[in-house]
Each structure stands twice: as structure tokens, then as C-alpha cells.
Design a protein around this ligand. Structure first.
Ligand SMILES: [Fe+2]
Length: 310
């Protein structure tokens, strides 16, 4: 594991951060050590933010968080953004969502079908989420090894790696992100485990257009912003051409060299930067109990990246 010095604190009145950042060796993914999320200082938040800018996804291990601790930590990274269409919030904490396959008295206690297609969180909104924070309470195992991994891929490195002529072409496009398309795709794959949206709910999530290449709000770097889960088409292209281009880009994004695959431990607080990475839940654990709590922070409307801008 490669060690990386944290960013220095700019807040002289705050205590110095003990955070150290340790890359997992790929293009994304790192562990931040030395931060207890219950008592994070502003210098700790600065170190975590800097690690996210550089590595896209970071884990804080061995945390012991109550719901209010996770919410407070998320608020240190930005204002909260509750999930749309969420029937499974933690009691008294509406911003915190239960993600679980556990059933009690035949009833689901959490979202059972989250994240089974590559996506960035809430990209069907005009302002998709910035950071997502997933805290593991119960991790399934098989033969002593954790299962139910979460995979990430770098949309920044994937874009950089495309041929120059394709990069140039893509910056002129927008694409449509659609929650209804997402539900239909899941239904077609037999993954959907939720009732249909009411007409009132459908009206709350109209399709939106976003740039295909977005500028990262912190780093200014370009990232490829079309996902298997939420992008229904490239705007302005004939349907066959749009589908073929999307399939090509999704295949490109799925390459292992852009990926980090998180193997969960109980007490992990995993944080990812939605403008920089896409993610996928690996559903390989059947009815082995798994429970996580999720909270997200608000993001800005994606801005198109232009060659020569930072
Ligand atoms: Fe997600």
C-alpha cells in the first residue's frame, strides 16, 4: 500500500489532522487512516476531501457510528441530499437510508435492489449527488471471505484513455438520464424489487439532459458521464447510433484497469465522489444478511467540460 501525505490544514485554529492516506495501488481507491468520524476536525475533513479529489473513493476502517454520527460526518462534507422514492429511512433520521436484504416478518427492512447497474448516484436529477457515504453494519461472508463487494470505476481515467478523435466528438454531446428508464432496465433484468411509481412520483422525476463529458466541480478534470443504469440515449443521434455509442462507452468504462473493488468489513465508512467514479453493487450474497446505512450530499448541476479549461 502506497502512502501519500495528506493536504496541510489551512485552518490554523483547528487541531492538526492525524490523517494519512494510503493508496490501494490502482488509479482510484485509498484508505484514510487516523480519523475517527465521530470526532472529525475541520483539518480531518480537509484531508478526506483532498483524498477524494485524488482517489475518487476512500474508506475509513473500524468506525463505530450511530446514525447521528454518520449524518454529522456527511454534513462536514456538504449539505445533505435525501434520496428520491425512499421508503426505508432510519427512524428519526430521514436523510439516512437502510440498504439491506434483511426481512423481518416477511417485510423488507431496507432497499433490496440498490446499485445493480453501473451508475452515479441520482444522476437523473438536475443536480446529482456529490458524495455518497455508505457505512457497513453487517457484512455477508462465504468460506470466511466477505461477499457483496462494491465495484468502482474511474470515469476520469476512462475519458482520458479514449482516442483523441472520440474525446473531441463526445464533448459536444449531451445525454438523457432517466429514472423511469432505470426502473425499466432493472425490471427487464429481473432485479426490480419495489412497487411501481405513482403518477405523482413519476412527475417528480422528469428525464434530464446532462453533458456527456462533465467538468469535475473541485478538480476541473473531465469525466465520462454516461452510465449503464441511468443514461437512456445520446441526444440528437439516431437510436441505433446512440445505442451503439453508449454500449461502446460502457464497455470501455468496465475495464478492470480503471476499477477498484471494495471488499467490505464491518465498521467501514466508504465515501465516493460521484462526479469522478461510477459504482456497482455485486449481488452475490442471496439471503446472507447484509445491512448498510447510506447518506448523500448535494451536488451541483453538471457543467460541460471544454478543452483547454481547468
Ligand atoms: Fe448507488
Amino acid at each position: 500500500m502506497q502512502s501519500v501525505a495528506p493536504a496541510p490544514s489551512s485552518d490554523a485554529s483547528d487541531q492538526a489532522s492525524r490523517a494519512s492516506v494510503h493508496s490501494f495501488g490502482g488509479v482510484i481507491g485509498a484508505e484514510v487512516r487516523g480519523v475517527d468520524a465521530r470526532h472529525a476536525s475541520s483539518a480531518d475533513f480537509e484531508a478526506v476531501r483532498a483524498a477524494l479529489d485524488r482517489f475518487g473513493v476512500v474508506v475509513l476502517r473500524d468506525q463505530q457510528l450511530q446514525p447521528q454520527d454518520q449524518i454529522r460526518f456527511a454534513q462536514g462534507l456538504g449539505p445533505l441530499q435525501p434520496l428520491f422514492y425512499n421508503r426505508f429511512t432510519v427512524p428519526d433520521h430521514p436523510a439516512l437510508t437502510i440498504v439491506s436484504n434483511i426481512r423481518e416478518n416477511g417485510e423488507a427492512i431496507g432497499i433490496e435492489d440498490a446499485g445493480m447497474l453501473w451508475h452515479t448516484d441520482a444522476s437523473f436529477n438536475r443536480c446529482p449527488d456529490m458524495y455518497s457515504l455508505l457505512y457497513s453494519i453487517q457484512v455477508p461472508h462465504k468460506d470466511g471471505q466477505p461477499i457483496g463487494d462494491t465495484a468502482f470505476t474511474s470515469a476520469i481515467h476512462a475519458f482520458q484513455d479514449l482516442p483523441a478523435d472520440l474525446r473531441k466528438r463526445l464533448v459536444n454531446f449531451t445525454s438523457t438520464h432517466s429514472f423511469m428508464h432505470h426502473l425499466e432496465k432493472k425490471r427487464a433484468k429481473g432485479q426490480l424489487k419495489r412497487p411501481p411509481l405513482t403518477p405523482e412520483q413519476q412527475a417528480q422525476v422528469p428525464d434530464v439532459q446532462h453533458p456527456v463529458v462533465r467538468r469535475h466541480p473541485n478538480t476541473g478534470r473531465p469525466s465520462l458521464f454516461v452510465s449503464e443504469g441511468h443514461t437512456s440515449k445520446i441526444d440528437g443521434l439516431p437510436p441505433e447510433e446512440s445505442s451503439a455509442l453508449l454500449e461502446q462507452l460502457w464497455e470501455h468504462l468496465r475495464q478492470p484497469r480503471f476499477q477498484y473493488r471494495h471488499k467490505w468489513r464491518t465498521g467501514d465508512l466508504l465515501i465516493w465522489d460521484n462526479p469522478a467514479v461510477q459504482h456497482l453493487a455485486i449481488f452475490d450474497y442471496g439471503t446472507e444478511p447484509r445491512r448498510m446505512h447510506r447518506v448523500g450530499t448535494a451536488g451541483q448541476a453538471p457543467v460541460a467540460w471544454m478543452e483547454g479549461t481547468k
